[in-house]
Design a protein around this ligand. Structure first.
Ligand code: IMP
Ligand code: MG
Length: 178
């Protein structure tokens, strides 16, 4: 494992993204929708830095098997009403952008007042959709990263930093936990 963004730097990035979000919405009530499972850590840290009227909900998507992209699945069984609300979608990473793009389309059907997006990481040069996230804490190179919510086969999400898996970590016999 190689550390790409250490814990202190991650926190600075989330804090400055929180400032930008607050400056954008000022005191307009906001509904944050976290995209599980990867957003769980950034969501928890970000909302505690947002001193403004806020509601929080989640939806779940999945698309990866190991480090390979698979078919995107989205569970939009929203537990809170977003009609006429200002919605901010929070995810861990914007890679090809397909996840964020589809989540925005789906939430649009609930007729929110506005929809914006915030991510911890943007992978450089991978975008396959005609949009960028409205808020992003870090641009990173095109490497498979884990930690601070991001996983490899659902492991490593709890690491407090963002790291790059090395060939050794990716070997079949090192799949963890097993
Ligand atoms: P996209 O649809 O290609 O933008 O991929 C977004 C989703 O794929 C994110 O929500 C992540 O869960 C997952 N993902 C993309 N890149 C990585 C990575 O480097 N490590 C772990 N998960 C990733
Ligand atoms: Mg995800």
């Amino acid at each position: 494992m190689r550390v790409l963004i250490d814990e202190a730097t991650v926190h600075e990035g989330v804090a400055s993204m929180a400032n930008e979000i607050r400056e954008t919405y000022v005191d307009t009530p906001l509904t944050i929708i976290g995209v599980l499972t990867g957003s769980v850590v950034v969501l928890a840290d970000l909302i505690r830095k947002l001193d403004m009227p806020l509601r929080v909900g989640v939806l779940q998507t999945s698309s990866y098997d190991g480090t390979q992209r698979g078919k995107l699945k989205i569970n939009v069984d929203l537990m809170l009403d977003i009609r006429n609300r200002h919605v901010l979608i929070v995810d861990d990473i914007f890679d090809t952008g397909h996840t964020m793009h589809e989540v925005i389309e789906l939430l649009g059907e609930f007729e929110p007042a506005s929809v914006r997006s915030a991510v911890l990481l943007v992978k450089t040069g991978k975008k396959e959709v005609a949009m960028d996230p409205d808020f992003a804490a870090f641009d990173i190179p095109d490497e498979f990263v884990v930690g601070y919510g991001l996983d490899y086969n659902d492991a490593y999400r709890h690491l407090p930093f963002v790291g790059v898996l090395e060939p050794d970590d990716l070997a079949e016999d090192r799949k963890w936990p097993d």
